[in-house]
Design a protein around this ligand. Structure first.
Ligand SMILES: NC(=O)C1=CN([C@@H]2O[C@H](COP(=O)(O)OP(=O)(O)OC[C@H]3O[C@@H](n4cnc5c(N)ncnc54)[C@H](OP(=O)(O)O)[C@@H]3O)[C@@H](O)[C@H]2O)C=CC1
Ligand SMILES: CC(=O)[C@@H](O)[C@H](O)COP(=O)(O)O
Ligand SMILES: [Mn+2]
Length: 389
C-alpha cells in the first residue's frame, strides 16, 4: 500500500488515541494532515499535533482556542500549523480532504464532518455511527463513490470482512453480536437501581463514556442495527442480534445455503481502526490474534428483550419514518447526559426514548433541515419529559 494521508476527527478520544497508536507504529503507511477535538484536553491535542507534525488542528470550543495556541508552541508543533476554531471547525478540516478521514467524534454532531469528508472525495473510516444513523440517505447522497465509507465500528468491520469478495444475493441475514453490557442477566428491578459507576464498567471494552452507557442500555446495539441496515442495504428484519459476552466474535453473516462466516479477534479496536485506515489491505500486527493454545469457551444467548427494549425500538424507528432514527439518537444523547449527571435513573433512558419516539410526527422528506429539525424537537421534548418526571 502506498502511504496514505489521514485526517483524524476526535483524536483525543478512545478511538482517536488508538488511531494515533496505529499510525505512529506504521509511519511508512500513514501521514496525518490534521486533527480535531472538542477542546476538553488541549494539552493532549497539542502533543499529538507535535508528534505527528500536522498542518492543521481544529477545536470545537472557542474558549479552548487561546490555550491551544499556547500549548501548540510549548509542545513543538509546526510553527505554521493552522488552528480552526468553533462548532464548524471539524467539518472545515474534513472538507480539506485527505486519502482517509477517520471520524471518531462522539454523537450526531459528527454529521457535518461526515458529509464534508464524503463531499471532498475522501474515504470515510467511520466510527461515528450516530452521523450515519441520523443522516441515513443524506450520507449516502453525499458520496462521490459508492465504496467511500469503510466501517470502523467492530461489528460492521466484521461484517464487511465476512462479505468481502462475495455476492449480496448469497446473504440471508446479518448477525450482530452484543456483549450484553454490565447488566446482562439482571432483572428490570435491578436495572432500575443501576448507578453511572456500574454502567460505566463495560465487561470487555474500554471506550468513551457515551458509547459505554449505550452498551449498558443496549441503545448501542439499536444504533448498530440501523447502522448495519444503512451500510449493507439489508432490511432490519434480516438483521439478528445475539448476545456473546466474550466479545471475540465481532459479528457474522449467514448465507442462503446455511453457512455462517464469523470474524473473530480479541476485543481490541486497533484492528478495525487499522483496517479502516488501510482498507482493503490489512496492517500487519495491528492487534493480537486469538490464542488457540489455551482452552477457551465462546457462548451465545438470546437478548432479553423484556429488560432491554432498545433494539426493538430501533426496529420500530426504522419502520416509522426517515426522521425517527434521528429522534431515537437525539433523545438518547440527552438522556445519557442526564443519567451521567445523576438527574435520572438508568431505566429512564430507554423509557424516555420510547416516549419521545412515540410522539414524533414523521416528515415526508429527508433534507438536512428535516434531520436538524427532528433532532432539535427531540432534544427539547426530552428535556420537557425529564423535567416533568
Ligand atoms: N471507543 C470505542 O472503542 C468505540 C467507539 N465507537 C464510536 O466512535 C465514536 C467515538 O467514541 P469514543 O472514542 O469512545 O468517544 P470519546 O468520548 O472517547 O471521544 C470523543 C472525541 O470526540 C471529540 N469531540 C467531542 N465533541 C466534539 C465536537 N463538537 N467536535 C469535534 N470533536 C468533538 C472529543 O474531544 P474532547 O475530548 O476534547 O471533548 C474526543 O476527541 C462514537 O461514535 C462511538 O460510538 C464505535 C466503536 C468502538
Ligand atoms: C467496540 C465496539 O464496536 C463497541 O460499539 C462495542 O460494540 C460495544 O459493545 P456492546 O455494545 O456489544 O456491549
Ligand atoms: Mn460496536
Amino acid at each position: 500500500m502506498s502511504q496514505r494521508s489521514v485526517i483524524l476527527l476526535g483524536s483525543t478520544g478512545s478511538i482517536g488515541t488508538q488511531a494515533v497508536d496505529v499510525i505512529t507504529r506504521n509511519p511508512e503507511s500513514f501521514t496525518v494532515r490534521g486533527l480535531s477535538a472538542g477542546g476538553g484536553d488541549v494539552g493532549l491535542l497539542a502533543r499529538q499535533a507535535a508528534l505527528l507534525q500536522v498542518e492543521a488542528v481544529a477545536v470545537a470550543d472557542p474558549r479552548a482556542a487561546e490555550p491551544l495556541r499556547a500549548a501548540l508552541v510549548q509542545a513543538g508543533a509546526r510553527a505554521d500549523v493552522a488552528v480552526l476554531v468553533g462548532p464548524e471547525a471539524a467539518g472545515e478540516l474534513a472538507g480539506a480532504g485527505a486519502d482517509v478521514v477517520l471520524n471518531g467524534i462522539t454523537g450526531s454532531v459528527g454529521l457535518g464532518p461526515t458529509l464534508a469528508a464524503l463531499r471532498a472525495g475522501s474515504t470515510l473510516a467511520l466510527a461515528n455511527k450516530e452521523s450515519l444513523v441520523v443522516g441515513g440517505p443524506l450520507v449516502h447522497a453525499a458520496r462521490v463513490r459508492p465504496d467511500q465509507i469503510v466501517p470502523v465500528d467492530s461489528e460492521h468491520s466484521a461484517i464487511a470482512q465476512c462479505l468481502r469478495g462475495g455476492s449480496r444475493a448469497e446473504v440471508r441475514r446479518l448477525v450482530l453480536t452484543a456483549s450484553g453490557g454490565p447488566f446482562r442477566g439482571w432483572s428490570l428491578d435491578e436495572v432500575k437501581a443501576a448507578t453511572p459507576q456500574q454502567a460505566l464498567a463495560h465487561p470487555t471494552w474500554s471506550m468513551g463514556p457515551v458509547v459505554t452507557i449505550n452498551s449498558a442500555t443496549l441503545m448501542n446495539k439499536g444504533l448498530e442495527l440501523i447502522e448495519a441496515h444503512l451500510l449493507f442495504g439489508v432490511p432490519v428484519e434480516d438483521i439478528a442480534v445475539v448476545v456473546h459476552p466474550q466479545s471475540v466474535v465481532h459479528s457474522m453473516v449467514e448465507f442462503v445455503d446455511g453457512s455462517t462466516i464469523a470474524q473473530a479477534s480479541p476485543p481490541d479496536m486497533r484492528l478495525p481502526i487499522a483496517l479502516g485506515l488501510s482498507w482493503p489491505d490489512r496492517v500487519p500486527d495491528a492487534a493480537s490474534a486469538c490464542d488457540w493454545t489455551r482452552a477457551t469457551t465462546w457462548t451465545f444467548e438470546p437478548l432479553d428483550e423484556q429488560v432491554f427494549g432498545a433494539v426493538r425500538l430501533a426496529r420500530e424507528a426504522v419502520a416509522a419514518s426517515a426522521t425517527h432514527p434521528a429522534v431515537y439518537n437525539a433523545a438518547n444523547e440527552e438522556c445519557v447526559a442526564a443519567f451521567l449527571d445523576g438527574r435520572i435513573g438508568f431505566a429512564d433512558i430507554v423509557a424516555t426514548v420510547e416516549r419521545v419516539l412515540g410522539e414524533h410526527t414523521a416528515t415526508d422528506g429527508l433534507a438536512l433541515a428535516d434531520v436538524l429539525a427532528a433532532e432539535a424537537w427531540a432534544r427539547s421534548r426530552t428535556h420537557e419529559v425529564l423535567a416533568r418526571r
